[in-house]
Write a protein that binds this ligand. Sequence first.
Ligand code: ATP
Ligand code: MG
Length: 569
Amino acid sequence: MPAIRPLPDQLINQIAAGEVVDRPAAALKEILENSLDAGARQIDVDLAGGGIKLIRVADDGDGIGREDLPLALARHATSKIATAGDLEAITTLGFRGEALASIAAVSRLTLTSRLRGKEHAWRVEVDGGQISATLPAALSDGTTVTVHELYFNTPARRKFLRTEATELGHCDEALRRVALARCDVAFTLKHNGRVNRHFRAQALADRAALLLGEELVAASVPIEARSGGLSLTGLAGLPQAAKPRADAQYFFVNGRFVRDRVLAHAVREAYSQLLHGERQPAYVLFLELEPRAVDVNVHPAKTEVRFRDSRAVHQFVKHALERALSPTAAEAPVAYASVSHGNAIQSSFGLAQPVAAYQAFIGSAMPAALPQAEKAPPLGYALAQLHGVYILAQNEAGLVLVDMHAAHERIVMEKLKRNLDAGAVQRQALLVPAVLSAEALDIATAEENREVLERLGLELAVSGPNELSVRAAPAALAAGDIPALTRDVLREVREFGGSEALSARQNELLATMACHAAVRANRMLSVAEMNALLREMEETERSGSCNHGRPTWYQLTLADLDKLFLRGR
Ligand SMILES: Nc1ncnc2c1ncn2[C@@H]1O[C@H](COP(=O)(O)OP(=O)(O)OP(=O)(O)O)[C@@H](O)[C@H]1O
Ligand SMILES: [Mg+2]
């Protein structure tokens, strides 16, 4: 075995960089957090090449003095904590004193800063770990960090980077998190010289509307709860704002974006009565608590926390959300209202001749050409639609109740599956392309997964810096909300990761797509349409349950009905 020897500083920093800055977005996050820690009110980000070529962040914060400049780039040097005691009550986003050193070890970094009240700025440069002399520089205020050529000296790491567009997408997400956390600070983001984002200081609802969409904010309730040193504020999406994927979930603890199991569980419990199955809630929540009550020194990327009293935090978050989300009776969605006015039907039947009365009542509902002698199909013939949700049909055995939304979803899903098994989902060119606003990450996904998307029946083109147009859509879904469908598919493809995942998670993806096709509740169907649906159900495999496993239809036999009415036969 070779002798043990200490590693050179530069190598130590490079190793640390592997954990702290695994991609441009992580470097951007660290630099942005430094600006916020310095009290910046305006932060301007310039990126080139997805952040790989250039990340430049200019802030108007407190700045760094001449003597401190080289220290800012030294490892384990920080102005934010000094003692072990400080570590137990962290009030800043940074505290490890290693972010800039790590970034500088794997890039060419320039740090220019003007300490508030000083006549001019100073600058230091680091090239692959070598710090230059401190030189005077021009800067009106604050600090500007410029990172060129990330990972130029660590080719192994560079190889792991994805395309420029994907890295840009991740950088954009890093900015979104920071921008949501601090809507009192103004931000701009430029990529290759073009402005991608521009936020002035504003209220949370306005910032969230820009970042997550107005529909989502409109379908959410404000949260404002306080108890025993804990406070929860923000926006919680109502069930209408729920999504097929967990991609609008932002939880901040003392201003820091975190992923935490305790919090995630509390949220899930609070929503468990409201959302069924696969739907994911949308939320932007801020938990504030005494810094001593939470340990943020858990992981180098600082996205994990540990609560001193996690039970109390769990209970508090869960109850605060439950209270805010519990709808009053008046607000309960119509679709869930109980079916209580069936008397009209009852009174129009003469009990003595039920069948004749039935037929008189349904009249034209029975297809005229129906050969009465022939055996009725298994699911029978449609009689009526109940509350825009259920189809009532009569078959040999009695009454069939069909959840038309769930049934249609299953039919479409099986159709898409058959298509895909045969090669590709059948496409239909759109006469007028559907246009959707798209995040950089969406555009990247669309470009990188063109083939997969086409197999799924979606032909997309980039029609602007923040815009995609849909030229062709799956034939079975072409009548639906194409932009919404496209957005969901892009999100899933991105999360599952392209073609390998397409086969592995095909059913999930197709289920998401089918959701968009399905007849929405409350749409009136003609009797002919209802019968067509029943016939398709009979021909579709697994049509007895919807894509989420709920039943699609239910049989009430005449015997069941007789029992219901205490009618001895
Ligand atoms: N934009 C900035 N404005 C003012 N001071 C800054 C800025 N960026 C960095 N500094 C100074 O440089 C020091 C080192 O920054 P660095 O990000 O490396 O460490 P940190 O923020 O202290 O801890 P962490 O590694 O957790 O981020 C900071 O403690 C701070 O004093
Ligand atoms: Mg820092």
